[in-house]
Design a protein around this ligand. Structure first.
Ligand code: ADP
Ligand code: MG
Length: 261
């Protein structure tokens, strides 16, 4: 078993412009654990993922983020990735002119990691994840469907083997088969590679294959409840009404909140 790591978020406050979006987040994630963050639209879930990764445009006004002993807030985004954080974005970016293998090769190079098995590993993971092999030669994510983008991000995650992965609504835009393949692969990584996962999701259906150790409810930039997997099932039935949020009971149904086309 690989070494255990800890991602610790303490009293994190963050603004976008003059507006405070994150209002004191505390969270501790260890290797091999899956924590789900659920919450209504606009509660700050994606903001948390961006602040974790160091995306520009967010001002951290208080609190800290540490990966083991390392203060992540003092590092630029690429160094956070090098330290072992990986984000599967809600909207994966398109990278014209760069193939998946070229991108991973560069990542291995900056990490001084042996890339001799890279090609073989990419093919293996693409097969495991049902990612069409003919897309491997194309520009990263350019003109990929929603499902292809998510599978492609998962191939990167599986080959790179980060310490922690933040999955921002990987279920949005995925059909049932793709969702099962992707969540099964993440679950396997938590067992085989001790990957720690922060799974941001609107829907409990993601959490059927990817079984969370803890479920947190985020409302208006705060974590208002934390419990075991039973909390996800309960939210599926009741929505967020008990947290003072009016939202239709659509947790289990169609992806009505997804802003994706
Ligand atoms: P969630 O992912 O939970 O739906 P977000 O983190 O995307 O929520 O958004 C939280 C709040 O922050 C929303 O009110 C949103 O409008 C606001 N917000 C997020 N990013 C920006 C931005 N770049 N500029 C202005 N407002 C933003
Ligand atoms: Mg979001």
């Amino acid at each position: 078993m690989s070494q255990a790591h800890v991602l610790r978020i303490e009293n994190l406050h963050a603004n976008v412009g003059p507006k405070e979006i994150l209002r004191g987040i505390d969270l501790e994630l260890k290797s091999g654990e899956v924590h789900a963050i659920m919450g209504p639209n606009g509660s700050g879930k994606s903001t948390l993922s961006h602040v974790l990764m160091g995306k520009p445009g967010y001002e951290v006004t208080a609190g800290s983020i540490h990966l083991d002993g390392t203060d992540l807030l003092s590092l630029p985004a690429w160094e956070r990735a090098q330290a072992g954080l990986f984000l599967v974005s809600q909207y994966p970016i398109e990278v014209p002119g760069v193939s998946l293998e070229e991108a991973l090769n560069a990542a291995f190079e900056t990490r001084s990691r042996d890339a001799s098995d890279l090609h073989k590993n990419i093919l293996n993971e693409a097969n495991r994840l049902g990612f069409p092999l003919e897309l491997l030669a194309r520009s990263l994510n350019v003109d990929f469907s929603g499902g292809e983008k998510k599978r492609n991000e998962m191939v990167q995650l599986a080959v790179l083997k980060p310490k922690f992965a933040v999955l921002d609504e990987i279920d949005s835009g995925l059909d049932i088969d793709a969702l099962r393949d992707v969540s099964k692969r993440v679950e396997e990584a938590t067992n085989d590679d001790q990957l720690g996962v922060l799974a941001i999701t609107h829907y409990s259906r993601l959490l059927k294959e990817l079984r969370p150790d803890q479920v947190h409810v985020m409302v208006r930039g705060e974590i208002v409840a934390t419990a075991g997997p039973e909390l996800a099932s309960q939210l599926e039935k009741t929505g967020y009404a008990e947290y003072g949020v009016e939202e239709p009971a659509a947790m289990a149904g169609g992806n009505v909140f997804s802003p994706l086309p």
